[in-house]
Design a protein around this ligand. Sequence first.
Ligand SMILES: [Zn+2]
Length: 478
Amino acid sequence: MTTEKFEYKNWWKGASAEEKDAAFQFCSGYLSFLNRHKTEREVVAYTEALCQANGFTDLNEAIQQGERLQPGTKVYQNLRGKAFVMAVIGTEPIEKGINIVASHVDSPRLDFKQTPFYEDTDMVLAKTHYYGGIKKYQWVCIPLALHGVVVLKSGEIVHINIGENDSDPSFVITDLLPHLAHEQMNKKMSEAVHGEGLNVVLGAIPLAEEKEEAEEKSKENHKDPVKMNLLKILKETYGVDEADFVSAEIEVVPAMPAKEVGFDRSMIGGYGQDDRVCAYGAIQALLGLTEQPARTVMVYLSDKEEVGSMGNTGAQSAGLTHCIAELCALTAPVYSDLVTKRCFANSALLSADVSAAVDPNYKDAQDKLNATYFTKGVVLEKYTGSKGKSGANDANPEFIAALRAIYDEHQVAWQTGELGKVDLGGGGTIAQFMANLGMQVIDCGVPVLSMHSPFELTCKADIYNAYLAYRAFLKAYK
Ligand SMILES: [Zn+2]
């Protein structure tokens, strides 16, 4: 009896010219997606439009009309503009379970505080509160853009997106010059830039006033002329007042465009690839299914993962479970709570989220035997968590074995690994919350370098194989 030494291979080595072409083509679509949709709201709006263009109908309309959903029906549900579900109804009863790929579409960023604007040193700035795990020093001295919504008392939603086009202005957070940074440079990295120091420069010209008006102008306006000028610009451009920012979500994100990286263009660099890289692959995988699926197939895009999946758009909320209950009610011959529960118990879910690749500059952070690498394909991560797997889903080997078989059969390049050395740190995904529903769940995503930075790095081989992995799972998992 013989046995073989096992190791994960560099995908480029074995890939045919056609496969390499397909990977490059897939990633060129991904690149333009990255550049056009930087926030959860923007990704959800994009996905909804894509669904509508591809024959999906709004689940809410079916619910209202009590319409039965036949096998092959494509439906979607927009969850408050920040999370999203899309599904194709299978031929099998829904209580046999759903194949789900779930990603999150929020990324680390800086949010405007609810009272953001103030004037200092003849400049107007905005106060921010960072969102998710960031290294604060990475966010100073880079061009920034503002994306978000201001909701007026009337309910009207004003969209703001400025800083992305060549003709748009940029925004920035300043840093101290090295000449005067002696004290700062001797601080710990975590303390060199403070949270309350992440203030975004918005302008420096004071309000110009007519002579007659100058006599009447209030003392208040006199006090902060640069801020008053900003408020005038905001009113003229967007029709919003300072008070309206109480009901706003303005996200400050890097304005640098995503780019191909390397002389061989083998990688993609850009903001927010955690987790839009998996979200894009999941959406494309579901849209790319041409045959009628036996089991119902679904993609779930969640919000708030970077802050613990809280809130009514996060994966801990009832958003997904309500949506699945509605699908059960509209497909099962007789509906009862048990149908939904059986459906959960028989479902399988890939928590499509990124993992940390081995960084040649920081190899010490990983156990090289159980680390993930660029070029070796999508990562199957049994557990995440920290301090003895705390907060981990810890996938069942029965499920992993089934996925190994599917991936090998469908020629998907995959690898396994975990997020860094034991006790060095750690992190979590939505896997644990999905597993609470009784489903089979595992983390399965793209390895990333410089995760949570303004310019994250991924490898085209892995991006493409994640897409192949999601497609194979949706199609073949039983
Ligand atoms: Zn993530």
